[in-house]
Write a protein that binds this ligand. Structure first.
Ligand code: ATP
Length: 757
């Protein structure tokens, strides 16, 4: 009976094959190539054919990772006759699971009806956890998912906390620190908890994990206790799905064996993004045959901050003695120029598998590096270029921080250019700094509004105390709060301050909004109040002042305060709805992180200044000889560069507001890479220093204010740095502008002894 069925099955396949035109002599690749139009290269073919045993497929960007994985699944199904339910294809995000599934259908829907399950590791883990809970007659509740900032801010009525991760953390933060948690701290705390759980860290090691949230470890521990003890149900967040799944596979042999037997072949895409716990789950499932195909690019690992870990990839050959490692280095996406420069650039990282990406694609445009005078010029330039290009090609503007999107969206919208924004983050508009500015403006319309004053009274120069607010509330006179206060018993320092503030509020009300913001910041003392808050609570001053600068930019050219408030609403709405422009607009705005896996004809990478790319924190840690973060920043830059097919522009500038900023050290790197050999600066006029000398100033150590010693001009201080030039004020030789490359490559500058750690 069974034999008969098999014979029928083979006959059926033979029929399909013949229908689809595959003769007996035609090999799989020829046949598939005919149907899909994709001719795999030799390494891709080898990777497809290697089905038994552990395989690490290291692939460069654009080298056809997803294409190869899909071909491999096709091969398992159609050639090796493996049934679909015995294949497990795992990706990192829902979007890439969908992308892989779509691409599989595109290649094979005419050739097979088999439905392979493309899953995220989270959805598989959740399935295992549910099965175990059912088996043990336990109930559970998910405590993570969408919740709006408004809902969170509103809090809850009654004694019971709503069982949601953010509410629970909010409460535990308040209990531990006696203060409300800010949005930024909530984000950082969530990231910290994810990191710790994904890296499976416990005990003392936790103390080594950096987190700027006060008492983060205590809050994390309290959170874990809360989830276990609060109800008779098990409370699970997204990370718990992974840690529980791992523990279940370790403890419950029945469940482990069931899945090990079910999945004969396991394939994982984007494995460089897997965390420790995710790698361990995959390793357990693959045993004992270890028919495991891990597709990864360690150079595109950019989620270390939330727990991903390439160590497992780098140790693959140690984990599996019988491991095969293959490298796919041919880039099908980008031009000669882009492939060569990015291949060279990524080599500055030490902690990586050596690879040599190459392409047979033709040459296109040279990589352009534009150094603008200031931030505004950069936005103006990008907007103008995009306008001129007329929407004929796919263009992306990539930035490191979501905050860059708001002024850019504003500028593009004012120029009438539509865009698709990949990762919507309208948090900017809900930030307390934005709320503060609007409250200052609202209060200027009606100075009797104690409720508004209550929100800003500590943030301007009138020294209005909590008691005075209470008094005003009690009086409820409906007159100007300033009049009411001046009539009451006030300390002498308020005698002058109150009328002055009252006058300023009156003036603000009549001003154009950008001037109003400047007045609030400078004359009413808002900037000073923010600086103090940063000192007291450890807030990130750069970020907060950045928001204020952006507000001023948005306000430019708007006539009234009301017009400004309306524009903010309009922009928020525009950003929220831009996600519906996918496939409608040829222009995409996205962070470097979210651009991974995507490609465009032309890519602009913006805001390439030290302190942003790489971040100040990355640079500080680098100087302290902690290399992980800077290497991740390099990988992120590399991901950005390799998104471009034919055109890549790197944009930097010298001033942000009045502040002097310096060109990203990565841009300087790329400049050196792409400069034709003939233009290399001559070194023959200089006596070469011993370049291995540890005291020599390195490129990435250049910073304003650093004290150095020049071989010829003696001691001095770095005063300017940007583009190719470095400005140094020498003790004796006066101020000089020198070429960075000449100084560094000839070892002309040494760190002053006390700078050297
Ligand atoms: N053998 C091949 N011949 C021609 N084109 C190919 C081949 N392999 C892949 N490609 C094409 O190269 C492009 C990149 O492929 P794919 O998206 O699979 O790469 P990737 O390695 O996943 O990229 P990344 O990691 O940068 O996101 C696609 O347009 C794909 O069709």
């Amino acid at each position: 009976m069974e034999e008969g069925f098999c014979a029928f099955f083979h006959l059926f396949f033979f029929a399909i094959n013949t229908i689809k035109g595959r003769s007996a002599a035609m090999d799989f690749f020829e046949w598939v190539g005919k149907h899909t139009g994709v001719q795999l290269n030799d390494v891709q073919k080898q990777a497809v054919l290697h089905t038994e045993g552990p395989l690490l497929l290291l692939a460069s960007p654009g080298s056809g990772k997803t294409t190869t994985l899909n071909m491999k699944i096709g091969y398992l199904l159609l050639e090796k006759k493996v049934s679909a339910e015995r294949i497990m294809a795992i990706t990192f995000s829902k979007a890439s699971a969908q992308d892989m599934s779509d691409r599989f259908d595109h290649f094979f829907s005419n050739l097979t009806n088999d439905q392979v399950h493309f899953s995220t590791i989270h959805s598989f883990a959740f399935k295992v956890v549910r099965e175990w809970l059912r088996k043990n007659r336990l109930d559970f509740q998910l405590i993570e998912g969408n919740i709006s900032d408004e809902e969170l801010k509103k809090g809850w009525d009654g004694p019971d906390i709503p069982l949601h991760k953010k509410f629970i953390l909010k409460k535990l933060y308040e209990d531990t620190n006696g203060a409300q948690i800010s949005d930024d701290d909530m984000d950082e705390l969530m990231t910290y908890i994810s990191f710790v759980k994904n890296r499976m860290l416990q005990g003392k090691v936790l103390e080594r994990v950096r987190c700027n949230v006060k008492n983060a470890i205590e809050i994390f521990r309290a959170y874990e206790r809360f989830k276990k003890k609060h109800t008779n149900r098990l409370l699970l967040d997204f990370d718990d799905m992974l840690t529980y799944c791992h523990q279940i596979l370790v403890d419950d042999q029945d469940i482990l064996s069931k899945y090990q037997q079910q999945f004969e072949y396991i394939l994982t895409d984007e494995s460089q993004d897997n965390s420790v716990v995710q790698h361990e789950i995959v390793e357990l499932l693959a045993q004992p045959q270890n028919n495991l195909c891990i597709v990864a690019d360690d150079d595109q690992s950019i989620f270390m901050w939330r727990g991903s870990d390439v160590t497992k990839l780098l140790q693959f050959e140690k984990t599996y003695r019988e491991a095969t490692v293959m490298t796919m280095s041919q880039n099908y996406r980008s031009s000669q120029e882009i492939v060569k420069a990015s291949n060279q650039f990524i080599k500055r990282n030490q902690n990586r598998y050596p690879k040599e990406m190459f392409t047979n694609n033709p040459s296109a445009q040279p990589i352009e590096i534009k150094s603008m005078r200031n931030y505004e010029d950069q936005l103006q330039y990008v907007t103008e270029e995009i306008r001129k290009s007329g929407g004929t090609e796919e263009v992306a503007v990539l930035y490191r921080n979501n905050a860059s999107a708001v002024p850019l969206a504003d500028k593009l919208d004012k120029a009438g250019i539509d865009f698709y924004m990949k990762d919507i983050d309208a948090k900017f508009f809900k930030h307390w700094i934005v709320e503060d500015m609007l409250n200052f403006m609202r209060f200027s319309y009606n100075k009797s509004r104690v409720d508004i004053l209550e929100r800003i009274h500590t943030k301007f120069n009138a020294y209005i105390s909590k008691q005075q607010i209470a008094l005003l509330k009690k009086k409820n006179s409906g007159t100007s709060v300033f009049e009411a206060l001046l009539e009451s018993d006030i300390p002498s320092y308020q005698q002058k301050a109150l009328p002055k503030a009252e006058k300023l509020f009156k003036d603000i009300n009549q001003m154009e909004p950008d001037k109003a913001i400047r007045t609030i910041r400078e004359k009413l003392g808002y900037d000073r109040a923010i600086t103090k808050m940063c000192e007291k609570f450890g807030f990130n001053a750069e970020h907060l002042f950045g928001i204020l600068d952006t507000l001023e930019k948005i306000a430019e050219g708007l006539g009234t305060l009301k017009g400004f408030a309306d524009r903010l609403k309009e922009l928020e709405n525009l950003i929220q709805t831009s996600k519906f422009n996918k496939n409608k607009s040829p222009l995409t705005l996205t962070t470097f992180h979210s651009a991974k896996g995507l490609e465009y004809d032309k890519v602009y990478m913006i805001d390439l200044i030290n302190g942003v790319v790489p971040s100040k924190d990355d640079m500080d840690r680098y100087r302290n000889k902690e290399y992980g973060p800077i290497e991740e920043a390099v990988r992120l830059f590399y991901v950005g560069m390799t998104r471009a097919r034919t055109n890549l522009e790197l944009l930097t500038y010298n001033y942000k507001g009045n502040e002097r900023v310096t060109e990203s050290m990565f841009v300087t790197n790329v400049k050196k890479i792409i400069k034709p050999a003939g233009e290399k600066s001559s070194t023959k006029n200089h006596i070469r220093a011993d370049l291995s000398d540890e005291n020599l100033l390195q490129l990435d150590e250049i910073e304003l204010g650093r004290e150095i010693i020049h071989r010829k001009f003696g001691p001095g201080v770095i005063k300017e740095y940007g583009g190719d030039q470095i400005g140094i004020q020498f003790d004796e030789a006066g101020y000089k502008e020198l070429l960075v490359e000449v100084c560094i490559s000839n070892g002309l500058l040494r760190n002053k002894e006390e700078n050297v750690k």
